[in-house]
Design a protein around this ligand. Structure first.
Ligand code: ATP
Length: 383
């Protein structure tokens, strides 16, 4: 575990970049430092690997003050990823990844085979190994930056705005990749960003800093969204906080109805009766394999033939037990019925969440939100 104990950094010109920071970074988790420009995120990060030393306080790494460890030894156990990857332009991708293993004196064969493995691990084709950084896209370079940081298998990874320089689509895929890698590797990661959405997506814990280097709040993302500590944090989280919080609420509180689901083989002469029996204007149609086909409104259908003869209307699904209440709600909003079709991991329909059940689940989620730390404010208040 990494622990900041009353850490202050005052630069030579008197700027206080970090002010009495107390923060724990648990082992094997992603802790995100987030906050507006100049709030001391990078300074905090660089004090961990001693690129900067604190003016006061100490940083403990597994109960050892990092200032008692000489920087090269310290950095061997700490991978470092920066914006725009910072690759060596005149070295091949393979040699870039193998940089630290070479420095550690590994034999070339072992260093290179480790580098090749990592190349694949971060989602790049082996052909990339012989290329030079300028022959890669920004997103690919960033992946190489991550591979390079992982090469000596350090337990700790420091990532300073690693995905900020790429476009939003590439950025989202790099974030997904990091989540996937972390599920395998369980590194202790400190990740710096100024983007609160990135912080909420990646962080097991999110530390929000304010300008002047003071910690405003540290919490898991769901708690942060539900109960920001003060007006600054609330403002920084931005709009749609309530909706975004639903991403962290399980869908398992949703009651499902199976009586609104009918097979495509059903006779049209009977479906109006089924709809009347279940008191619903809409029925969800499934194929012989129980996969969703869409919604029908039996009252509007002819009375001859089967459901195969009609074209069902669009639908949205959510995966029961995997997706969040937010995804279920979104699925409902994409359906003319206002209901969401629940499927299992194989994509087979297991029921329908009606508006009533969504309503109940939303009410429950609202009632389970932690108490806000301070009084509610008006939408237009500046906090
Ligand atoms: N070498 C330095 N000398 C003097 N002041 C510095 C120095 N480095 C950083 N600062 C100041 O310390 C404060 C914190 O800087 P830092 O880079 O840690 O912030 P940050 O949160 O990472 O910002 P950004 O998101 O813009 O990168 C800023 O006011 C910055 O101007």
């Amino acid at each position: 575990m990494i622990r900041f104990d009353g850490v202050t950094k005052r630069y030579a010109d008197g700027t206080v970049a970090v002010d009495h920071l107390d923060l724990e970074v648990p082992t094997g988790e992603i802790t995100v430092l987030v906050g507006p420009s100049g709030c001391g995120k990078t300074t905090s990060l660089r004090m961990i690997n001693r690129m900067i030393d604190p003016s006061e306080g100490r940083i403990m790494l597994d109960d050892v003050d990092v200032r008692t460890i000489d920087p090269p030894t310290l950095r061997r156990g700490i991978g470092y990823v920066i914006q725009q990857a910072g690759l060596f332009p005149h070295r091949t991708i393979l040699d870039n990844i193998a940089t630290v293993p070479y420095l550690l004196g590994w034999d070339r064969k072992r260093a290179r085979s480790t580098a090749l493995e990592l190349l694949e691990r971060v989602g790049l084709a082996p052909e990339m190994a012989r290329r030079y950084p300028f022959q890669l896209s920004g997103g690919q370079q960033q992946r190489v930056g991550v591979a390079r940081a992982l090469a000596a298998d350090p337990p700790v990874l420091l990532m300073d705005e690693p995905f900020s320089a790429v476009d939003p689509v590439v950025r989202a895929s790099l974030q997904d990749e990091l989540i996937r890698l972390q599920a395998e590797l369980h590194k202790t990661i400190v990740f710096v960003t100024h983007d609160i959405d990135e912080a909420i997506k990646l962080g097991d814990r999110v530390a929000v800093l304010r300008v002047g280097g003071k910690l405003a709040q540290v919490a898991d993302p769901a708690t942060l969204l539900a109960a920001p500590a003060d007006g600054f944090v609330r403002e920084f989280l931005g709009r749609d906080r309530g909706i975004r919080r639903l991403s962290f609420v399980a869908d398992t509180g949703l009651r499902l109805r199976s009586d609104l689901v009918v097979p495509v083989t059903s006779d049209l002469s009977r479906v109006a009766g089924v709809a009347a029996d279940v008191e619903s204007p809409w029925l969800a149609v499934v194929d012989e394999d129980n996969r969703p086909l869409g919604w029908v409104a039996p009252a509007d259908l002819p009375r001859a033939g089967t459901l195969r003869d009609v074209r069902p209307l669009p639908y949205g699904t959510f995966v029961r037990g995997k997706d969040s209440l937010r995804t279920a709600l979104d699925a409902a909003l994409l359906s003319p019925s206002g209901c969401a079709i629940a499927v299992n991991g194989d994509g087979r329909v297991i029921g329908v969440a009606t508006r009533e059940s969504l309503d109940e689940a939303l009410a429950l989620a609202a009632s389970e939100a932690p108490e806000p730390h301070d009084a509610p404010v008006r939408e237009d208040a500046d906090g």
